[in-house]
Write a protein that binds this ligand. Structure first.
Ligand SMILES: Cc1ncc(COP(=O)(O)O)c(C=O)c1O
Ligand SMILES: [Zn+2]
Length: 412
């Protein structure tokens, strides 16, 4: 029944059946899901979307599954927060935060991609799911996989934050901590994926998995009252999310859900892992892999699989990219918390700090409507803030002790 017509090579455009495959046999280009847009156009309307349950499957026709959704029935539909205080602090008038710090169940946008990947994995008949992760994906595959009854093999760099490791272990997956960085983990997983018949969500299921990110973009348009923003700022690791946010906007235009689309797409990366932004700034098509060294570990992919395509989106939309230091990332996290009461993980600090920089440089104008994608929860990376927050006021359980402190606070 689905509306996905198959897979297509992004390079040579050869068509493939919708199978658990991810590279073109002819040119080794990546495969991508394609849809019957004419059929969708006559089927999907704003009213239909609005009449459906508040989860990411309300855009079902534009997601690459065949049958009924099986995973993620409580995921998606996060708030689009009008960020008036943050807007004022950075010098713009219309700013929104797409708040994926609160996605069910593991508090990052990865719950979107995993909902689609595991539904598809179940359709293909896999009993074991796996992933290579910088942390958030590990949580999501562990959690969604537990509820859906899959065996789970989760591969992470051993150097991840302790709280990120615990937040996977609690779901009791087989957690494999590799002595190496994400790019080493990913290489190893490609070898394992060739040998074992598992659904590696970001390897052999990648063409399906990646499509789940589009729901973040669909929601932005719906929540803005069926219009696309002037600017959207997207944090990049592999670059996939950025390409899919843009794809979602284009699809809504193509099927007539919106009439106009003039959005500029901006890439946000940490300076310590900036292969995509560096290529944008250097005006080159060549992504040079880097060895990541950044507090934003969730974005620490030195050799980004979708980097080239992310570059092309930035180019096509007349966007740009910026990178920020570890100190700027921490400041970004604190700024968002102080102004909007949103505690984002380091990747959110990157996006906020990059937005501030783009405004300061005059690349984003004060009257434009800008959406910042904040994609993961701060409780996952508390370690990053060690030594960067204030201290509690310690008192004894006596009124006098409290009032002593109160006097000091007031005197400040
Ligand atoms: C919180 C967060 N934001 C953004 C990203 C970037 O995702 P992508 O690899 O699709 O560029 C990641 C990737 O792990 C992430 O964990
Ligand atoms: Zn090809």
């Amino acid at each position: 029944m689905g509306f996905v017509s198959g897979l297509q090579c992004r390079e040579c455009k050869r068509q493939y059946e919708a199978q658990p495959i991810y590279v073109c046999e002819f040119c080794f280009g990546p495969l991508e899901a394609v849809y019957d847009y004419d059929k969708i156009r006559s089927h999907l309307t704003r009213e239909k979307i609005q009449s459906r349950a508040a989860n990411l499957w309300r855009y079902l026709e534009l997601l690459p599954i065949e049958g009924e959704p099986r995973v993620g029935l409580d995921s998606g539909c996060t708030p689009l927060v009008e960020a008036k205080n943050l807007a004022k602090a950075i010098g713009v008038k219309r700013l929104y935060v797409k708040d994926d710090t609160v996605v069910h169940p593991t508090l990052s946008f990865k719950d979107r991609v995993v909902s689609v990947a595991l539904t598809r994995a179940a359709e293909f008949g896999f009993d074991t799911v796996a992933c290579a992760s910088t942390g958030n994906l590990a949580h999501s595959v562990s959690a969604h996989g537990a509820r859906a009854g899959f065996n789970r093999f989760i591969f992470i760099p051993a150097s991840l934050e302790t709280s990120k490791i615990v937040a996977s272990l609690v779901y009791e997956p087989n957690l494999i901590a590799v002595d190496g960085n994400y790019d080493d983990v990913n290489r190893l997983c490609s070898e394992i994926a060739n040998k074992y018949k598992w659904a590696f969500v970001n390897i052999n299921i990648r063409p399906y998995y990646a499509e789940g990110s589009k729901t973040l973009g669909f929601e932005i348009i719906e929540q803005l009252g069926w219009r696309a923003p002037d600017n959207v700022i997207v944090p990049c690791a592999s670059g996939s999310l950025l390409t899919k946010v843009w794809k979602s906007f284009k699809e809504f235009k193509q099927i007539g859900i919106i009439d106009e689309l003039n959005t500029r797409v901006f890439a946000a990366q940490p300076l310590g892992c900036n292969p995509i932004v560096k290529a944008i700034k250097d005006k080159t098509d060549i992504i040079r892999p880097v060895k990541p060294d950044t507090v934003a570990k969730s974005l620490a992919i030195g050799n980004p699989a979708d980097g080239f395509y992310a570059l092309k989106v930035v180019e096509e939309t007349n966007g740009y990219g910026e990178d920020v230091t570890d100190d700027e990332i921490i400041d970004g996290m604190k700024l968002l918390a102080r102004t909007e009461g949103i505690f984002a993980e380091t990747a959110g600090g990157v996006t906020v700090a990059v937005t501030k920089k783009l405004v300061q440089k005059g690349i984003i104008g004060e009257d434009e409507l800008t959406v910042i994608c904040v994609t993961g929860n701060g409780l996952k990376t508390k370690e990053a803030l060690a030594g960067h927050t204030g201290e509690p006021h310690y008192i004894s359980p006596k009124l006098a002790s409290f009032e002593e402190v109160l006097a000091k606070i007031k005197a400040k």
